[in-house]
Ligand binder design. Structure first.
Ligand SMILES: Cc1cc2nc3c(=O)[nH]c(=O)nc-3n(C[C@H](O)[C@H](O)[C@H](O)COP(=O)(O)O)c2cc1C
Length: 189
């Protein structure tokens, strides 16, 4: 397992289409989810939940995505529709992080949404810590009501993202990171 600081300093996402086997075992998936739950969560509301897509179920979910795409673009080429149907089938494992943020007497919804983001990031980091790679993707279908219904989301729930997990089939390209001087200031009063 990589050193934590080394991992946090060097991690970068792998394109979902380049993620392949091997992927986490059942025991590792349980650990990934356990780590994803260990995030700041004001009020202990657990304002998030997870949906796992594995094996053929990835294509069943993809069928809902393809159907929604066809409904939006009736003239779409068959190839494009087929591509949409494989959206969740590139990586061997996809874990959707669903925000359950809702009005609360004390805890602002914004904080609940942020907690879902933290859960998603913990999932990404934990996958890398196990030696796999991951990519946090939303895509148009994360915002399509028909797709969300088909995936079982309640009307008030929102898709924080799909975390695609597997092993990179080749070298992973990093991207430039912001210069700290551009985004960090020291408050001087
Ligand atoms: C909420 C959220 C949604 C994202 N959705 C997409 C997406 O739909 N497509 C995409 O290419 N990258 C998306 N990204 C960006 C990738 O997760 C990732 O940041 C990018 O590929 C660069 O990887 P790295 O900075 O982790 O190395 C999203 C990021 C976040 C936080």
């Amino acid at each position: 397992m990589p050193d934590a600081i080394e991992l946090l300093s060097t991690r970068s996402s792998c394109k979902a289409v380049a993620l392949t086997a091997p992927d986490p075992s059942a025991a590792e998936i349980e650990k990934l989810l356990t780590i994803a739950c260990r995030v700041p969560d004001h009020g202990k509301l657990a304002p998030w939940r997870f949906i796992l897509f594995e094996g053929e179920a990835r294509l069943a979910a993809g069928a809902a995505i393809a159907a929604a795409f066809r409904a939006k673009y009736p003239d779409a080429q068959a190839e494009q529709v087929a591509f949409e149907g494989r959206r969740l089938a590139h990586a061997p494992l996809v874990i959707a992080v669903v925000s359950r943020a809702a009005p609360h007497v004390k805890i602002p919804e914004w904080e609940q949404v942020l907690s879902a983001g933290a859960a998603a990031m913990n999932l990404v980091l934990a996958a890398h810590a196990f030696g796999y790679s991951a990519n946090w993707i939303t895509g148009w279908y994360a915002y399509d009501r028909g797709v969300l219904d088909a995936l079982g989301l309640e009307p008030h729930e929102r898709m924080a993202g799909f975390i695609h997990i597997g092993t990179p089939s080749g070298p992973v390209q990093d991207r430039p990171r912001p210069a700290l001087n551009d985004i960090a200031t020291r408050f001087t009063g």
